[in-house]
Design a binder for this molecule. Structure first.
Ligand SMILES: [Zn+2]
Length: 251
């Protein structure tokens, strides 16, 4: 590791990731995530500081509650690790520039939505409304080129999802539409459409694999948020190269 700041962003990301787990689990229930302490969901035992260290607590406790020995969800350390990697990667790709703030806000929003959609199959308004003004603000400070790509991106994303909602009756929901509004502002027109395309491809491929391996059955509803989240990360960091490659080969 050549730059110690990469490690710093990784550690920072893991600490935030541990907080995003709590936010993601509590936001849909409208519970506060600042005032009450973290507890074991099984025995309600209050967790001490050394049980809240990202990843390490999980490893040292061998994935079990210290008190009642019931299993702790693998989601916790996975989310912490993913957030750490996304924060470090944002810094590696962007370095210290204004866009790094946008990137870290976007990664935070996406991780929280990943948690809420996996756990509750919903994308809560309070999370979207927290990030919306912050991301609009950073896009005003550091606009896309051209700046109105944020507006066409938000509008096209929301209109396309609205059409999908009307056509599919239940495949996607209002939360997905609002999320695409925010993604449009951050990513702009091209990368928003790319996100939509990638999330549908990813959803179809993963869905087919889950059906064939009988992890899910045909009637089971699957949250679409995780596909949007993954596609948005890819489009944000690699959108230019992917779109450039596409237009070189197919036009
Ligand atoms: Zn317990």
């Amino acid at each position: 590791m050549t730059n110690p700041l990469i490690l710093l962003f990784f550690l920072l990301g893991m600490i935030f990731g541990s907080f995003f787990n709590v936010v993601g689990l509590r936001a849909p229930q409208k519970r506060s995530f600042a005032s009450d302490r973290s507890i074991c969901p099984h025995c309600k035992n209050q967790l001490s500081w050394y049980e809240l260290i990202p990843i390490l607590s999980y490893l040292f406790q061998l994935g079990k509650c210290r008190h009642c020995r019931s299993a702790i969800s693998i989601m916790y350390p996975v989310i912490e690790l993913i957030t750490g990697l996304l924060f470090a990667f944002s810094y590696i790709k962007l370095g210290f520039q204004v866009e790094l703030v946008t990137a870290l806000l976007l990664m935070s929003l996406l991780v929280i939505i990943f948690v809420t959609d996996m756990k509750y199959m919903l994308i809560p308004n309070n999370v979207l409304l927290f990030f919306l003004p912050l991301l609009i603000f950073t896009r005003i400070i550091n606009p896309l080129d051209p700046w109105w790509s944020s507006i066409t991106g938000a509008l096209s994303g929301m209109v396309i999802i609205a059409i999908i909602i009307l056509a599919s009756r239940g495949g996607m929901g209002g939360g997905d539409m609002k999320l695409f509004g925010i993604l449009g502002i951050v990513l702009g027109f091209d990368k928003t459409l790319l996100t939509l395309f990638l999330s549908c491809v990813l959803g179809a491929v993963v869905g087919l694999v889950l059906l064939l391996t009988k992890v899910i059955d045909r009637k089971q509803a699957v949250p679409f948020g995780p596909y949007i989240v993954t596609a948005a990360v890819v489009a944000y960091f690699y959108g230019e190269s992917l779109l450039g490659w596409y237009f070189n080969h197919f036009s």
